[in-house]
Design a protein around this ligand. Structure first.
Ligand code: FMN
Length: 305
């Protein structure tokens, strides 16, 4: 049985489309849900529209990719109809991802996006391209992460998942800080880095922005460790994200403590069918090893053997 739950929201399969991949329109979100994702996350939405960085914004390398999309989006007012479309047509829970550069704006965008009635709001405080007034991503300081969480929680009745960064020495105090302010769950993690890919023939970085967030198979051990630490510190539901490409990768996330596995870069490798394929592969593993449910497998790597 592949069903799972994220803060009371029921998913038929423990796979979630990660934010930023095929999540700009309501139609693409619904299409990914129809392809088998247990839930789908929108591209991060801000109060006002943003242009993002000049192309090229994606550079691939042997073990993943580096991106500096720069959080381009049309702004919350323009995007509401897309989220509403997805909520009506996806047939699976819809997660609206939001971000902002000030605490007040986080509250406003959370309130505004709630009108579209998504099942969960994901609070992206961890994009390496967006910094607080001190020049750090919000997710790098437990105090600031807590204040954002408190603000968003006050601005909506929809369950909130705070998306954390792997770029910290210890994720546990940050996870604990957002839990203390009422986070209903955690998404772990956003991209690693930033990193750089150089085109050696051109003798120059591939990205116009020069640096970008690193994703894909290479970051999986970092992501699994972050999920393990966040689960140990909080016990909250977690969407374990970072490098998941196969069912076995998803099982690792679940054994570390995730309730579902987020998939972003993997969609570039295996197409939207990755969600149904990963679900089948998880089921095969469970049948072979005698696990009856996702819940039974969740966090087992924490048990002493
Ligand atoms: C092209 C691209 C765009 C992304 N855009 C967003 C975004 O808008 N908001 C966000 O929270 N994460 C964004 N991410 C991060 C992913 O949601 C995910 O956390 C990260 O890529 C690690 O997972 P993966 O290895 O499965 O891709 C983006 C990632 C990529 C590759």
């Amino acid at each position: 049985m592949l069903s799972t739950e994220l803060a009371g929201v029921k998913l038929k399969s423990p796979t979630v489309l990660a934010s930023g991949i095929l999540g700009v329109t309501g139609a693409s979100l619904a299409a990914v849900a129809k392809a088998g994702a247990g839930a789908v996350t929108s591209k991060s939405i801000s109060l006002q529209g943003r242009k993002g960085h000049p192309t090229p914004v994606i550079a691939t390398y042997s073990q993943g990719m580096v991106n500096a999309v720069g959080l381009s989006n049309a702004g919350v007012d323009e995007t509401l109809a897309e989220i509403e479309f997805a909520v009506k047509n996806a047939g699976a829970p819809v997660i609206a991802s939001i971000f902002a550069s000030t605490i007040t704006e986080f509250g406003k965008v959370a309130g505004a996006v709630s009108q579209a009635n998504p099942d969960i709001i994901e609070v992206n405080i961890s994009c390496p391209n967006v910094e607080d007034e001190f020049g750090r991503p919000f997710a790098c300081d437990p105090g600031i992460a807590a204040v954002v969480t408190k603000k968003v929680k006050k601005s909506t009745n929809i369950p909130i998942f705070v998306k954390l960064s792997p770029n910290v020495p210890n994720i546990a105090p940050i996870a604990k800080a957002v839990q203390n302010e009422g986070a209903d769950g955690i998404t772990a993690v956003n991209t690693v880095g930033p990193g750089m890919v150089i085109n050696i023939e051109a003798a120059a970085p591939v990205l116009t922005n020069k640096v970008g967030g690193v994703s894909g198979p290479a970051i999986k051990p970092i992501a699994v460790k972050c999920v393990y630490e966040a689960y140990k510190a909080t016990g909250l539901p977690i969407i374990g994200t970072g490098g998941v490409t196969t069912g076995r990768d998803a099982v690792e996330m679940i054994m570390a403590g995730a309730s579902a596995a987020g998939i972003g870069t993997g969609v570039y490798y295996r197409g939207p069918e990755i969600f149904s394929k990963v679900s089948e592969e998880i089921q095969e593993f469970m049948d072979k090893e005698g696990y009856k449910s996702i819940d039974e497998m969740r966090g087992v790597a924490h048990e002493e053997r």
